[in-house]
Write a new protein. Sequence first.
Length: 266
Amino acid sequence: MISKSGQSAKRRPCSDDIEPDRSNCPAFAVRLDFSDYEAEVPQHQHKEGQLILALHGAVTCRTENGIWIVPPDCGVWIPGGVPHSNQVTSNARLSYLFVQPEAAKLPQACCTLSVSPMLREMILRLAEVPASSAPDDHVGRMVRVLLDELTQMPIQGLDLPASSHPKIAAITAALMAEPSDRRTLVDWAAHVAMSERSLKRLMVQETGLTFGRWRRQLHLVVALRELASGATVQRVSSDLGYESATAFIVMFKKALGTTPTRYFAS
């Protein structure tokens, strides 16, 4: 962001404006435009559970056990007390919904939840309620309906299982930095000084997926982030090492049931 003097203005931490201490409300929402805030939110945790919605752009959420990209029509749910960090694209506009402990029966583990159009609009409406205002009957009724609706949202499998095991963490970091890397399981085993059989077994043990399925999931997560930030299908397919955009579209459609263009248009 450039100031009137022509110098780059320092972006402030978004924690300055989240104000998560509103214990008098079962739930509250905050809406942020990250052109005004730092792109990296260091690891932190909240007493409240947190639902992250991407209104525009993309956000990558990391916990000890997984990496999530917030796609359209979904939100990433982070239970209270779970350490996490967020990294956003420069064009990101986000909405956070904070839910007090015991206010609703929501998942006890991080996950991606579908978000219905009605629920999305209610969260945006709740974000307009001033932090200083005392809850009234109208807001209270809206929050009760919002939480009832949230508990009905199905879980979507849009995360990349992660692991703190040094060998798996090293492979994850390398492929997140260079997702077009097409080294085979044999190559990666040599890279981390393991036998192919041992790495194959460790990957399933730590992530629940075979190496091939895990890498396809990584490609999907990276693709969602890049497409949401404005990259073209051609560029994303090239960056992921696909021989053609068609091959990438086939992978995307197999995973999500539709093409990238239709997915984001919806």
